[in-house]
Ligand binder design. Structure first.
Ligand code: GDP
Ligand code: MN
Length: 401
């Protein structure tokens, strides 16, 4: 699960991390008030108006309808009145960045921060490294730009080291970080302390990625987290209600939200063949064989072992609500799941939502004969398949003609 920058900074602040002061706002008037409060509290004359969307590259992003010369999704301004007028221009508008895709994302909230005096921009991230089974730290002196570009053009400027979860952070990690980032004296000490705080937050909150770009050194030698992007391991959210409460459903695929209500494992993909499968392994094999037969899957969907008619109906509705879907392949192995339940679910769903695209059903396993009988006697236009290859060939042929 992803969260917004302002939320990430609030989480990090709990662990002692130095972040600028700021307020999340939803309207131009709130933005004005936030700026005035910041000016009063900190004496700042510089304000930053930051679009809050679950995507990076906001600074260089472009708002729809504002023209190529307009300022991007992160704006530095010099009065509370300018904070308000910029907020007015940005809120409700769609911001397109290299991470949002061409459709962009609507900006519904802003973060109003005190401006920082940037002397140097650095890059620092922590992530779970499956190869070493440790937390990987990635550090670079080339902050503020795309780390993928740095990795591509100047790989020698990216430094990586790992922290063993059994032992945690040692002083030697701090020295390694200082060397990687070129930190000296007191700033190096701040870096070591920051690494400890970030690692503690990462561990305690079950993050799977924590990216700070940029981490800055200010004109008066303070190390400050200026941007923060955090994602959490969804499997651990049950033990972090505080984090789960930060979820912003407007940032997520509506079909995935609907699927999560029914405890379906659903991931939207870009192709044209909707898939309903039980078991993650069989679902992946189904995606593979659709590609092998020359088409692309529209989704991954595992209805699980013990799916009910209600669950199958919900799954079917989610698939048919996707305008990209040109055909549907139901591929069920009835082990725990019974084929007749699937058949009933499919028929109930088709009767409820209608069927505007070809449907191929392949059933195998427990109660398979009963399942086939139910489908054959339903009077619906369903193409029966005998095995996985037959099913893939039939649905691709039905879609492509
Ligand atoms: P991103 O583009 O989505 O990664 O958003 P960032 O939060 O990283 O902001 C983009 C850039 O805006 C940063 O790399 C900084 O150069 C600049 N920026 C952000 N906050 C400030 C600030 O307080 N003062 C100044 N001068 N620049 C800032
Ligand atoms: Mn950034």
């Amino acid at each position: 699960m992803n969260i917004h920058e302002h939320q990430a900074k609030a989480v990090l602040k709990e662990f002692g991390v130095a972040v600028p002061r700021g307020f999340a706002v939803y309207s131009p008037d709130e933005a004005l008030k936030a700026a005035k409060d910041l000016a009063k509290d900190t004496g700042t004359k510089v304000f930053v108006v930051k679009s809050q969307i679950h995507a990076g590259g906001r600074g260089k992003g472009k708002f729809e309808g504002l023209g190529a010369d307009a300022k991007g999704g992160v704006r530095v301004v010099f009065s509370p009145e300018d904070v308000k007028s910029n907020a007015d221009e940005m809120l409700g508008r769609v911001l397109v960045t290299h991470q949002t895709g061409p459709a962009g994302k609507q900006v519904n909230r802003l973060y109003i921060e005190e401006g920082a005096d940037i002397a140097k921009e650095l890059y620092l991230s922590l992530l779970v490294d499956r190869v070493s089974s440790r937390v990987s730290v990635v550090a670079s002196t080339e902050g503020g730009m795309d780390i993928e570009d740095v990795a591509h053009n100047t790989p020698e400027k990216i430094h990586t080291f790992t922290i063993d979860p059994a032992t945690g952070v040692f002083p030697t990690h701090g020295r390694t970080l200082a060397k990687a980032l070129g930190l000296k004296g007191d700033v190096a000490k701040q870096g070591a302390k920051l690494l400890g705080q970030l690692y503690a937050a990462f561990n305690a909150k079950d993050m799977d990625m924590l990216e700070i770009n940029p981490l800055i050194i200010t004109g008066d030698d303070k190390l400050i987290v200026l941007d923060a992007k955090v994602s959490f391991d969804s499997n651990s959210l049950f033990r972090h209600p505080d984090i789960f409460a930060l979820r912003d459903e407007t940032e997520e695929d509506q079909k995935e939200i609907e699927a999560s209500k029914y405890d379906l494992s659903y991931i939207a993909l870009d192709g044209e063949i909707g898939c309903m499968v039980n078991g993650a392994g069989l679902a992946m094999a189904t995606l593979d064989i659709i590609k092998l037969y020359g088409s692309e899957p529209a989704n991954f969907l595992d209805v699980g072992g013990g799916a009910t008619t209600e669950k199958v109906t919900a799954a079917f509705k989610i698939i048919t609500s996707d305008p990209k879907v040109k055909g549907i392949l139901v591929n069920i192995f009835g082990g725990i799941m019974k084929c007749d339940i699937i058949a009933e679910g499919v028929i109930a769903a088709v009767k409820e939502v209608g069927l505007k695209v070809p449907l191929v059903v392949r059933l195998e396993g427990t109660n398979v004969e009963l399942g086939k009988k139910i489908i054959n006697e339903s009077g619906l236009n369903v193409i029966a398949a005998n095995d996985l290859a037959d099913a893939a060939a039939k649905i691709v042929k039905a879609v492509k003609g």
